[in-house]
Design a protein. Sequence first.
Length: 237
Amino acid sequence: MKIAAWSGPRNLSTAMLYAFGSRIDCAAWDEPFYAPYLAHTGADHPMTADIQHSHETDPSAIAQACAGAVPQGRAHWYMKHMPHHMLPGFDMSWAEQAVNIHLIRHPARVIASYAAKRESLTLEDIGFAQQATVYDRLEGPVIDSETIRANPRAALQALCAEIGLPWDDAMLKWPVGPKPFDGVWAAHWYGAVHRSTGFAEAEGPLPTVAAQHRAILDAALPFYEAMKARAITVTAP
């Protein structure tokens, strides 16, 4: 099984990558279209030069790899993708042959977390509109990071059942520190998840969004709420 996991940044997506990557039967790939996105947009992101030097920047080569064989002799392949990395003209036909899942998080939390790591912030940077477009094309199960953090076992069991993947307890724990499948950008973005050995506890109240970001919050909320209405639900522990 090839699993294409779509989410914006700061969205529990790396923890989910680690969860699936902890399975002995599952290979993991971290944002393979990030370097092509940077190369084609000229966007000024942290570590841009390092990313383009260390990772493939040709989107056609990445798409061909996504359509190819599962690596490392594994049965399954979990690919962490960000919808805003999929620029017009980037081949997405490979995703039509994958199982697509969609990870969401309340935009107030995404904005607060993203702004702590990068000064500039636009609606396009956090991917809510692009995720809606990807969902409309590919569909697939939707799961909220809030649901996962509130009850990781039940949430991931429900997700695995939804896509027909046998459950594995290994998904709930991983070793502390970097992982061999991390992108080079992990040095900037993954500090908290590198200190973790599993999913964090449920989050508290929504953060207050800074005044300069409230228009972005207002624009992102309708996309989030539409996806939330389709999301998997589980019983609280």
